[in-house]
Ligand binder design. Structure first.
Ligand SMILES: Nc1ncnc2c1ncn2[C@@H]1O[C@H](COP(=O)(O)OP(=O)(O)O)[C@@H](O)[C@H]1O
Ligand SMILES: [Mg+2]
Length: 272
C-alpha cells in the first residue's frame, strides 16, 4: 500500500528571535504522540533545534549535502516517535546552498517523508531564496510574530513573499510573547489589515502565547516548557495552539514536502 506523504508545516517569521525554534520544539513534543513526527532544522548554517531536543547529533544535513550519508542515515532519534534532521552548527556555506545541493536534500527527504504523519520545518530567519523555498514547499506556514513593530513588519514581508511565490499556501499566524489577549488580538488585526489591503489575503490566527519566563529557564535546560514545565502558563497556551493546528492540518491534502521542494529549487538534471 502506498502511504501518503507527511503533512508539512513550516514555522517561520522573517525576523530572528521571535520564538520559531521554541514553538517548533514544543509542537514536535505535542504532535509526536498523535503521529510520527520529523523535525527538519532548516536553519542549515547555524541550527539549534538539537539543543532544544538535548541531543548532540553526530550526523547533520552537512553530511547529506557533501554526499557522505543519505538523509535517512543522517536522522537523529529524539524520542519514540520523533526524529530530527539536524542542521550544521556554524557552517555559513549551508545557508546558501546551490540548487543542486538543495535538490539533494529534497530528494533525501522525499524518500523518507511517508514514514511520518507530521513534518515540521524550523525555519531560518530572513527571506533568502533557500528560506522561502522551504516555506513554499510546505502545505502550511505558521508565521510567528511578537508584538514588536519590527517583528510585525518582517512577518508581513515574509507573508508577501510567500503569497508571491505560491498563492495556494495556507498561511497561519501565531502571536508570541504577548502581554494579554487584547494585545495579541491587536497584532492579528494589524497584520490582517495590511494583508487584506495590499495582498488581498490575511493569515488565519491560530492562537497566541504569553511572555513567560519559564521559556528561557527551560531553554537553558535544553528543553521546552511543554515537557519540562507542563503546568506553566505558556505550556497551556501551546497545547491549545497544537490542538488548533492538528485540526487545521487534518483538513489539508499533503502534497509531499520533498517533491515540492525539488520543484521550488528548480534543479533539472541534464543528461548529455
Ligand atoms: N513566550 C515566550 N516567553 C518568554 N521568552 C520567550 C518566549 N518565546 C521565546 N522566548 C525567548 O526567545 C528566545 C529566542 O527564541 P527562539 O525560538 O530561539 O527564536 P528563533 O528561533 O525565532 O530565532 C528563547 O531562547 C527564549 O528565551
Ligand atoms: Mg531558531
Amino acid at each position: 500500500m502506498v502511504r501518503p506523504p507527511a503533512v508539512s508545516l513550516c514555522i517561520a517569521s522573517g525576523k530572528g528571535g521571535t520564538g520559531k525554534s521554541v514553538v517548533t520544539a514544543s509542537l514536535a513534543a505535542l504532535l509526536a504522540p498523535r503521529g510520527r513526527t520529523l523535525l527538519v532544522d532548516a536553519d542549515f548554517g547555524v541550527g539549534n533545534a538539537h539543543i532544544l531536543q538535548d541531543v548532540s547529533p553526530e550526523a547533520t544535513c552537512v553530511d547529506v549535502v557533501e554526499g557522505r550519508l543519505s538523509a535517512r542515515e543522517a536522522l537523529v532519534a529524539c524520542g519514540k516517535d520523533l526524529d530530527l534532521f539536524a542542521a550544521g552548527s556554524g557552517v555559513p556555506r549551508m545557508s546558501e546552498l546551490s540548487s543542486f545541493e538543495l535538490h539533494m536534500v529534497a530528494s533525501g527527504l522525499r524518500e523518507l517523508e511517508s514514514d511520518y504523519r507530521y513534518l515540521l520545518v524550523d525555519s531560518a530567519a530572513g527571506v533568502s531564496h533557500q528560506t522561502m523555498a522551504f516555506a513554499r514547499a510546505c502545505d502550511a506556514t505558521l508565521i510567528v510574530t511578537t508584538p514588536d513593530l519590527t517583528a510585525m513588519t518582517d512577518a508581513y514581508a515574509f507573508l508577501k513573499l510567500l503569497f508571491a511565490g505560491r498563492a495556494g499556501t495556507r498561511a497561519l499566524l501565531l502571536v508570541n510573547r504577548a502581554a494579554s489577549v487584547e494585545e495579541a488580538d491587536e497584532v492579528t488585526r494589524r497584520i490582517a489589515r495590511v494583508g487584506e489591503r495590499f495582498l488581498g489575503a490575511a493569515p488565519r490566527c491560530i492562537g497566541w502565547l504569553p511572555h513567560d519566563p519559564a521559556v528561557s529557564a527551560c531553554v537553558n535546560r535544553r528543553g521546552v516548557p511543554v515537557t519540562l514545565e507542563p503546568g506553566a502558563e505558556v505550556s497551556r497556551a501551546l497545547r491549545l495552539v497544537a490542538s488548533a493546528l492538528v485540526e487545521e492540518l487534518a483538513a489539508l491534502s499533503p502534497l509531499g514536502f520533498g517533491s515540492a521542494l525539488q520543484r521550488e529549487v528548480g534543479f533539472v538534471a541534464r543528461f548529455a
